[in-house]
Write a protein that binds this ligand. Structure first.
Ligand code: NAD
Ligand code: GLY
Length: 366
């Protein structure tokens, strides 16, 4: 299928397409990138399964002799070993062999866990991402980061493992709760200040249309986000350097998620507040001007996201953030490295003195 609504990610033998269209299902079962397999397992959850799994079973039955469905419990707090094991249980109980393809039908939680299961099962079986949240369509389904959380740190156990195809069916966004739509907008907004100020200006002009779920606006937001992510990942698949910029706001955000307990704030909400904190830090280092930080703060607030961090410890809040942030994957020898804005549309990764980070946390938490 060669369609203008296809974004390609160039990773040599592991290259694949991201399809962005309303109602993809009607055509997807005949897509040439779908792997040959004797069976398919659709991994979804108890919220998304009842909405969309039946249609996918019907579509995929035209392509695969056996199609199974597994519904996982819903929520970030279930992104762990116990839930991952349910996928292995299902694969083994159904007698799935190496010629099995996994379909991740759901948001980033389902996508990250299914991808990790695919990387591990029989040392690797193919998988396809079918992201159904805005966040997963613009970010988590693309680029091959898969994994689960550890109580001591977010996404700490995992693998780089690329899908064969990503299918973003915009129609699935119609049923997404408004809070989840806002959370997804955090990962859309991040692409502006780190890579594309024209996109940031477009977001400022289009925020109302996005919040009203106009498909034209959503299609552009998903496509442009995927283009930027594909461009970054094709240059640095395993995050040796450049790819870390996609973690703008995530160092502070992951501390909020782990500190409050997974699921208390949505990932995108934590990233929203985290981007403001990272931008403030950049400003205090003289790398970003106040006007840019203010524009970003306003855009994040308009998307319905928090612009102030959570208080994680009433006695020593900054100390608790620092402790949690030292477990970040970008940290080296216990030194935290932050994604900072280095002028409009450009980001860099740098360590920052604890004293300045403390100042920002004190200034930015509610
Ligand atoms: P999620 O998967 O928890 O989905 C959010 C909620 O929406 C869930 O309750 C889900 O059941 C529900 N839902 C999903 N699709 C729906 C639909 N179409 N209609 C109605 N309800 C629907 O959360 P998320 O925001 O999609 O993903 C967050 C996760 O993604 C985090 O674990 C984060 O770490 C991860 N992530 C990974 C990457 C990566 O590169 N792999 C990047 C960013 C985020
Ligand atoms: N979401 C950050 C990355 O994929 O690198």
């Amino acid at each position: 299928m060669n369609h203008p609504d296809t974004v390609s990610i160039d990773l040599g033998a592991r290259s694949y397409d991201i399809l962005v269209l309303p109602r993809m299902l009607e055509v997807v079962h005949s897509h040439p990138a779908l792997p040959e397999a004797s069976s398919a397992l659709i991994v979804t959850n108890r919220v998304v399964g009842p909405l969309y799994a039946e249609n996918w079973v019907r579509g995929l039955a035209k392509r695969y002799p056996k199609v199974h469905v597994l519904e996982l419990p819903d929520g970030e707090e279930h992104k762990n070993w116990q839930t991952l094991n349910l996928i292995f249980d299902a694969l083994l109980q159904h007698g799935c062999d190496r010629k099995t393809v996994l379909f991740a039908l759901g948001g980033g939680v389902v996508g990250d866990m299914t991808g990790f299961a695919a990387a591990c099962y029989m040392r690797g079986v193919p998988f396809v991402q079918v992201p159904t949240t805005l966040l997963s369509q613009v970010d988590s389904s693309v680029g091959g980061k898969t994994g689960i959380n550890h109580p001591l740190g977010k996404n700490m156990i995992g693998a780089f493992y690329q899908p064969r195809l990503v299918v973003c069916d915009l129609a699935t966004l119609d049923t997404l709760p408004q809070r989840e739509l806002s959370a997804g907008l955090a990962e859309v907004i991040k692409y502006g200040p780190i890579a594309d100020m024209e996109f940031m200006a477009w977001l400022e002009a289009s925020m109302d249309a996005l919040l009203a779920r106009e498909h034209g606006a959503l299609a552009h937001a998903v496509r442009r986000s995927c283009e930027i992510k594909a461009w970054v990942v094709s240059q640095d698949e395993r995050e040796a350097g450049l790819r870390a910029i996609l973690n703008f706001g995530h160092t502070f955000g992951h501390a909020i998620e782990a500190g409050l307990g997974y699921g208390a704030w949505l990932h995108g909400e934590a990233v929203g507040a985290g981007m403001v904190m990272a931008a403030e830090l950049s400003q205090r280092l003289g790398m970003a001007d106040a006007a840019l930080v203010q524009r970003l703060r306003r855009l994040i607030a308009r998307a319905g996201l928090p612009v102030r961090g959570a208080v994680l410890d009433a006695r020593d809040n900054a100390g608790r953030y620092l402790e949690l942030m030292r477990v970040d994957k970008k940290a080296e020898a216990g030194e935290i490295r932050f994604v900072l804005i280095d002028g409009p549309g450009k980001a860099v990764l740098r360590p920052v003195a604890d004293a300045l980070v403390r100042e920002v946390i004190d200034a930015c938490c509610a």
